[in-house]
Design a protein around this ligand. Sequence first.
Ligand code: AHR
Length: 657
Amino acid sequence: MKKITTLIIAALFGINVSAQKTTKIDVDATKPLVVIQPTMYGIFFEDINFAADGGLYAELIKNRSFEFEYPWMAWKHLPEAETRFNLVNELTIFNNARENAANPRIVRVDKRDATKDIGLQNEGFDGIGIKKGEKYDFSAFARLKKGDISLLVEIVNSKNQIIGSTTVALKNATWTKVEGVITATETDPKCKVNVIFKGGGQLDIDMISLFPQDTWKGRKGGLRKDLVQLLADLKPGFVRFPGGCIVEGRTLAERYQWKKTVGKVENRQQLVNRWNMEFQHRPAPDYYQTFGIGFFEYFQLCEDIGATPLPILSCGLACQFNSSETTPLEELEPFVQDALDLIEFANGGTDTKWGALRAEMGHPAPFNLKAIGVGNEQWGQEYFERYEVFSKAIRAKYPTIKLVSGTGPGSKGEMFEAAEKALTVLKPDLVDEHYYDSPKWFRENAARYDNYDRNRYKIFAGEYAAQSVATVSPDNKNNWECALSEAAFMTGLERNADVVYMTSYAPLFAHVNRWQWTPDLIWFDNLTSFGTANYYVQKLYANNAGTKTISIKSNGQNLIGKNGLYGAASLDEKNNEVILKLVNTSSDKHTIDLNINGLAENAVGKVISMIEKDIKNYNTINEPNKIIPAESEISITKSKANIVLEPYSFKVFRIKK
Ligand code: AHR
């Protein structure tokens, strides 16, 4: 009665009163249980939502080599009044396949009137993000066939004012990389780049490119620094690349072929991005893959951020949501050879064909590849038969390489059960399970692996994300309910670290204006980027994984959702710390009587908290810090503490033993 009265008064005064509950939690830090693999929390990378071209790959020019299906896409002729239909055909696309079959198209500039400037303007990816004071590297491949032509390269802001320029002289009659540097005088997220042809004569030009100098590790033609930093901050155990469905392709011709993504950038054969027209509600006809980030760059990224590489390869079966185009078993050999050659590319000596290419690309030392995935979300007999062929060949030549198989797109039902059955016989080392489901599903499945068969394969929870509305709904948000539900579910992944070896949220990146799929872990525009609440949940797990699990119980039971509470505990044996992860998914405040067996009499540590009253709230590009972790200190005397778990909160405790 008293409580009801309080609630009525609270409602009248608009006060948010939640119930308070007390729970006893016992942690035993004296008995380490199972090893948590260093690969436990990793990254799933796929070129979806303009994650690579127009995102992580810092190239600012779209369709730099005129290889999009329509070669002038993203380009406008200057002066604007004159179109490509002009009488003299001063700017013409030439197909130069004889000289470069992978990158055949070039622009021939025929400047008959030396007094009149003509040029090309590139729109970039949703504009070009430029920062004041920063330097930009312009480059192009050119050959001057006759006369005297130079390039005036200008960056123009959204008001069409010039905010930086450089002049590039052209001298050589053979293909030469020409370069210039532009310092920008203004910041603008929506710039364009003009390349003006001055003088008279004839010129061939290709691979027109502009990169910021301030890339990750300052590498020329490299990756966007802010985006890699967000990845590095996760301290991921692995990076899975290059996807996802992009591995499979809508058709076999559109599958990802790693050999076409290595070697000189100008010789990499571009391909349409399979996500370009996948969703009618988010068409992106200008979405292509230049492979400026190819397999070398993925391996290098892994090395840079201390993550183990996990490439996934086509198994000869195109996406079964699309064409299901299938390679006959007797013609699978080149696909299998690609896998064997990839292992040589990553690990082989510099005296091997593919190891030599790696060295030529600047990395003589091996990349230390330990595992490889065969197929993505594939299902049915067609998949298992093909997996078996790959498995036999890879195990015969490289017995130490671990093999990862798929289980199809879902984690339940007939298709999934058929996969479990087939894979139990085929014995991959790891099996990739995907869950895109409601936040409720995540909260209700924290015990998913508690009773999994320990004698089968290990689990790679390779793609998961709570969907606030429904899978592939454009209305999905990275809201706190989703992130908190994932945090709850992840307690179960960690508790079962003896069977779950790898986990990754998916997808990873999305451009705020150009995405196809939501939710995503990290969002960005042309200048900035931010982590979602889900990102911080991943970060807290990955940064605080520990090395072995320990028992955490309430009344002798695992914390798997009773009263909305979830928990996992581990030891960090290197730093001699106890790590607790506690999640309160309820609207009630919980007081915890915590007892940690195995602590010194006076133990201290820190608490990292994520608390948000409004579970529908989410971070945005304009308000990126609405839901972020905050740190405080804790002291525990004689192994006991009273702690508070606010409604809808996730807390990580790191306590010195
Ligand atoms: O993460 C987006 C897509 O979801 C992946 O490409 C695919 O594997 C899954 O269906």
